[in-house]
Ligand binder design. Structure first.
Ligand code: ATP
Length: 312
């Protein structure tokens, strides 16, 4: 991926009274990247999106999106960004088609292109057969798809998605995931994805930032963050007889417990220590059928980081 920062935040800070919603945030998002912005409720995700789009002013620090300063060049910037807010306000009295057409007009799509662009989006988001109905009668998933289509109507280069799948059923959520993958993959858009959904982040994001109380606790690829937790690596082993295996492991200082069918769960074994452990077991006549390292998931990383934060 070409290294060209599209979103930059330096010391970005926003307070609401005594609450520091965004606390000296430093961040760079590269062109074509899908950055996951993860955090509990109230961590500061939405406030960050609003600061980066110039709908809210920072108290300190600066930001740049596509070379624009959101604080002073908001309208020019918003012509090039698409935002799906957490609770998108669609006009419920209008049809799906009209909702998109009005937005296309507002965001400067050439009049001769509006009808075609709207139809293409209705097709892409599987809304074409309900396009002439009032949005008030749409399901939650249809409204979310329409809101996402609306955020894309002017072909924005940067897309901010705030909880794009919250409240969607698994099928609708998968459809949104496929759209995000297509947008970043084939179309090369940069996506800033706020989510609580760790599986979603693991699947879609090149890098993730874990946020708590307005501060970035960690930033990296899911694999990099998992490596940070390497010390707590776990292993699954299938070995017989389990009793003898447990004794040998206890003597080697490895914490292990036995499950069913000779399955053993080991923790605290470094990667480097695995061959010697296997050799010791085999040497003692233990039959080993399977050894599988369990890489920490993004979920493990997230909870470990949030735990560190709570303890701090
Ligand atoms: P969620 O996942 O619940 O959407 P979030 O990570 O998006 O949370 P924000 O909405 O950015 O979090 O809120 C961060 C903090 O700032 C919270 O403590 C929130 O109450 C506070 N806050 C946000 N907007 C305002 C506002 N307009 N007035 C007062 N406080 C606000």
């Amino acid at each position: 991926m070409e290294k060209r920062p599209v979103i930059v935040a330096e010391g970005l800070t926003r307070r609401f009274g005594d609450v520091v919603a965004v606390d000296h945030l430093d961040l760079e998002v590269q062109a074509g990247e899908v950055l996951g912005f993860l955090g509990h409720n109230g961590a500061g995700k939405t406030t960050t999106v609003r600061l980066l789009n110039g709908v809210l002013m920072a108290d300190e620090g600066r930001a740049s999106v596509l070379g624009f300063d959101p604080a002073t060049q908001g309208p020019a910037l918003r012509a090039l960004t698409g935002v799906l807010t957490e609770t998108p306000s669609l006009d419920e009295r209008l049809t799906g088609r009209d909702n998109l057409a009005i937005y296309a007009d507002m965001y400067g799509v050439a009049p001769g292109e509006v009808a075609g662009r709207v139809q293409a989006l209705l097709d892409d988001f599987q809304l074409a057969d309900r396009a002439e109905e009032k949005v008030a009668g749409y399901s939650r998933g249809m409204k979310q798809r329409l809101a996402l289509a609306r955020a894309l109507v002017h072909r924005p280069q940067v897309l901010f998605l705030d909880e794009p799948t919250s409240g969607l059923d698994p099928v609708a959520a998968r459809h949104v995931h496929a759209m995000v993958e297509a947008l970043s993959g084939e179309e090369g858009r940069t996506v800033f994805l706020c989510t609580h959904n760790l599986a979603e982040a693991q699947r879609l994001c090149n890098r993730v930032a874990v946020l708590a109380r307005g501060r970035v606790l960690a930033l990296g690829t899911p694999a990099e963050l998992a490596a940070h937790l390497g010390r707590s690596q776990r292993l699954q082993m299938e070995a017989e007889p389990a009793g003898a295996a447990l004794e040998i492991m206890a003597a080697a200082g490895v914490t292990a417990s036995a499950g069913e069918n000779g399955r053993l769960a080991l923790s605290g074994v470094s990667r480097e220590a695995i061959p010697a452990l296997v050799a010791a077991l085999a040497g003692a006549g233990v039959r080993i059928y399977r050894v599988t390292p369990e890489e920490p998931s993004l979920e493990d990383v997230y909870f470990a980081l949030q735990g560190e934060e709570v303890a701090a």
